[in-house]
Design a binder for this molecule. Structure first.
Ligand SMILES: Nc1ncnc2c1ncn2[C@@H]1O[C@H](COP(=O)(O)OP(=O)(O)OP(=O)(O)O)[C@@H](O)[C@H]1O
Length: 258
């Protein structure tokens, strides 16, 4: 595939915070049907890069295109149909039911003067069922556990149904069972023609699920490419500053700190 058929393309994208480079002149294409993981130590810029790709903050340089259009030329609604962002943490300042919280994800599909309709409710209930939370539909989100709240946030994004899912540490708060459920759910989305880009702290899960990897080393340095080439003992050891060993097993390979 070439850049012309990509859902999202970065050309010489530079992300900075307070004058410090996090990503310097990134070249990246994200295609339908693929999963890309972003790995890096705490504070290397995974969140701010995802926010920049989602159009929430302006890059310090370079260009982001959604399809063939520059991201800053799209309306908020066009953007929300193209991409959806799972924030690293979610706060609920107002009381709201689980179902109403998921329905918020339908906003780009609802006309300006319209209320949500039966299709939106069906899509939201299906999204709740996908994360195993259908029986919580009428509960106040404020009463949920951290992991349950995380699954509701993922359901809201599933209800939004964007072409590209941008997920900031989607496995936060989740036990291993639900971590696998979410990774498999997102892999299914890629098989349905969507793309997924997510930050993770587990290089083994990245090697198992992601087709592509973007490593952020700090100071603007990055490495991007197919997971099987980019995720190696040497790169992961350098990335985290600890010696890491690659282990082969039935599902492929994983990494452990030596
Ligand atoms: N408003 C701000 N002013 C100054 N520095 C900031 C601001 N927002 C974020 N930063 C810094 O930018 C850097 C990148 O932050 P970011 O949240 O993107 O890191 P991250 O890779 O997602 O980290 P983590 O793995 O801990 O979630 C951090 O050093 C952070 O302290």
């Amino acid at each position: 595939m070439n850049a012309a058929s990509a859902l999202l393309t970065c050309h010489r994208l530079t992300v900075e915070v307070a004058g410090h480079p996090l990503v310097h002149e990134l070249e990246l294409s994200v295609h339908a049907g693929t999963m890309t993981c972003i790995l890096g130590r705490n504070g290397t810029g995974k969140t701010l890069t995802l926010h920049t790709l989602a159009g929430l903050r302006a890059p310090a340089g370079g260009e982001i295109k959604i399809g063939t259009q520059r991201i800053d030329t799209l309306s908020r609604r066009e953007l929300a149909l193209s991409l959806g962002l799972l924030l690293q943490g979610t706060e609920d300042p107002f009381p709201s039911s689980v179902l109403d919280t998921v329905l918020v994800g339908r906003h780009p599909h609802i006309g300006f003067w319209a209320w949500e309709n039966e299709n939106d409710r069906v899509a939201s209930r299906a999204a709740l069922a996908a994360v195993g939370m259908e029986s919580f539909a009428q509960r106040d989100v404020a009463t949920l556990s951290g992991g349950e709240r995380r699954r509701v946030a993922i359901a809201s994004l599933l209800a939004q149904n964007p072409d590209l899912f941008l997920l900031d540490e989607p496995l936060n708060h989740l036990d291993p069972h639900h971590q696998m459920d979410v990774l498999k759910l997102m892999k299914e989305r890629t098989r349905a023609g969507h793309a997924v880009m997510m930050s993770l702290h587990d290089a083994g899960l990245a090697a198992r699920f992601a087709d592509h990897a973007l490593l952020l080393f700090g100071g603007g340095e990055w490495l991007s490419g197919p997971s099987r080439e980019v995720l190696t003992e040497e790169t992961i050891s350098r990335l985290y500053g600890v010696p890491v060993r690659e282990i082969a097993w039935a599902q492929g390979r994983t990494f452990v700190v030596a």
